[in-house]
Design a protein around this ligand. Sequence first.
Ligand code: AP5
Ligand code: MG
Length: 223
Amino acid sequence: MKKANLIMLGAPGSGKGTRAVALCEVLGIAQVSTGDLFRNNIKEGTELGKLAKSYINKGELVPDGVTAAMVKDRLSKPDTAGGFILDGFPRTLAQAEMLDKILAELGEEISYALYLDVPDAEIIRRISGRMICSECQAPYHREFNPPKSEGICDKCGGKLFTRDDDKPETVKKRLEVFRSTTLPLADFYGARGILVKIPPELSERGAAADMREVAEKLGLCAR
Ligand code: AP5
Ligand code: MG
């Protein structure tokens, strides 16, 4: 069995959060979503949140050093010791190199980078129907994954909202940044022999069953 230290790689709206939440439930490991961490800081009005907001609302990346420092801090928390999924990090080659250093200091390494390859037209459909829980950040979709009660999170009862960066013009910019800056990471991890393509569509059994199958195939476990 392999320890589940994972990266979830994919375009905006490709389903990183949906899969990461499901896999964390299946394996009992920690989700580390840089987007969620930034949004929490924005909500709390911290200095980091103010800085991040100025980039996020334009669809640009937050500077590498700032993002890597936040991830380093998060990975030093005890709940990640048994395994983790990095959802939305790294997003640049420089971040991937910073991650190698952070993990070397912790005596850890990445077991697999899971890649969701989703066509742009499907991404637009997914993002345009997305709603997020204001408390636990779980993602829903008006059509593909509606909550049981309208506007309310199934998991924690929080109110659902639409993200500021899900406006069509910002989504276009986020997709451009993904293609030019983040997509090369698929080759970077491919060259290391740890890139695994995940089917982009969910089966009828749902995200948890799909991700359980992925975990079994890869021989992943939490430690
Ligand atoms: P982040 O929050 O990471 O946003 P993102 O990468 O743009 O990805 P999303 O969260 O939009 O999509 P997702 O892939 O999680 O899809 P989801 O599961 O929600 O980052 C936001 C911003 O923060 C960045 O733009 C940047 O500014 C900054 N930032 C973050 N990390 C950074 C970093 N490392 N460096 C610098 N800056 C950084 O699914 C989408 C929708 O589709 C949902 O409604 C869901 O219900 C639905 N859905 C999911 N899967 C399926 C399916 N198979 N079929 C049908 N519907 C589906
Ligand atoms: Mg997400």
